[in-house]
Design a protein around this ligand. Sequence first.
Ligand SMILES: Nc1ncnc2c1ncn2[C@@H]1O[C@H](COP(=O)(O)OP(=O)(O)OP(=O)(O)O)[C@@H](O)[C@H]1O
Ligand SMILES: [Mg+2]
Length: 381
Amino acid sequence: MIKRLRHKAFLPESRKGLAVRVGIAQAAQLLDCSTNRIRMAEEDGRLPSPPASDTGRRLGYTIEELLHMRAVLNASPQRADNDPPAIIAVQNFKGGVGKSTVTCHLAHYFAVQGYRVLVVDCDSQATTTTLFGFNPHFNIARGQTLYPYLSIDPTQADLLYAVQRTPWPNVDLIPSNLELFDVEYELAAAGADGGSILATRFRKLRQGLADLARSYDVVILDPPPALGTISLTVMQAASALLVPLAATTPDFCSTVQFLSMMEQVFGQLADAGIRVEYDFVRLICSKFDANDPSHAMLRQIMEGTFGPALLPVPILESAEISHAALRMMTVYELQRPIGTARTHKRCRSNLDQAMAQVEQLVRRGWGQVAPASEEAIVHAA
Ligand SMILES: Nc1ncnc2c1ncn2[C@@H]1O[C@H](COP(=O)(O)OP(=O)(O)OP(=O)(O)O)[C@@H](O)[C@H]1O
Ligand SMILES: [Mg+2]
């Protein structure tokens, strides 16, 4: 059945591609320049002539062409060499809050904006791997996941082996499959004999990702929904935390528990000599229905509780997101709307706004924007 679903989703080649094309007006907007500047570069040969169909109709630019355009017109948002890459864990111990959905949409948002992105699927459920068009059961072997690096008997000394290309030219993926869960058993067993092996493992993912991250602007980690050893290594490896939660009472209660548990965990890690410091920690409402009064109420409670640590723009609940997921895609990969044009436009512009909040925090880490300090935000909260 999974094979059939994939076949249907990825017709005609039965392999995921990227059909997204961007018109000249949108390209200019993305590059923050005028359409004239692009046209002139095309006329004077700095850029290739605009792609056209057999009938001469303008096709719009592919993501690859956009990246080339950014390079030629000096409009790349990438970090300077001495700026640290952002390593963002999209974490909440509660299941189903939208971690994988946020991870993939954030990755594709950053990709459209022209950043170099690495996504690391740390969850053996492999939702993110699936959304990137891989079938974790058939296409991914244990040796291609984090397992050989994190295992108690590692067969890999760094993480380069695990990096796979995706249909996006500027997004790479470290995939996952069910077998990654073995790390959980192994590390738990090792932890029972004393913390030192565990502490070494914890440092290992951090080191491996820090080395890899040099080739990227943003690394996004999708951890499993549990306080297991993998989640702990992920929290230690990250330089920033994004906590999604839906506007429901169970999600709110679990998230409050998650945050207080984190406090304890950080205390224990500190006792073991491991210091965790984040550039930013933010919560994001991941499935907000503006027409549901209970969501509005919960949002008020969340604002009162989390203060400025809650990002002001929530991700709206949208059939476009769930329909895209059925096709193993994000909304950023849809060439045309699945629902009505209006639903699609609303969803896409909301996602752009919601993700831009995270982009701004990342750029602040590079000293390129200067909003309030992290300390001020935490105090206010
Ligand atoms: N904004 C949204 N609008 C509509 N559907 C959404 C939205 N966000 C997430 N979903 C749907 O909610 C479900 C759970 O999302 P997702 O798999 O991202 O959660 P998760 O936290 O990664 O789950 P797990 O804890 O199992 O890893 C999915 O079916 C997804 O398509
Ligand atoms: Mg998930």
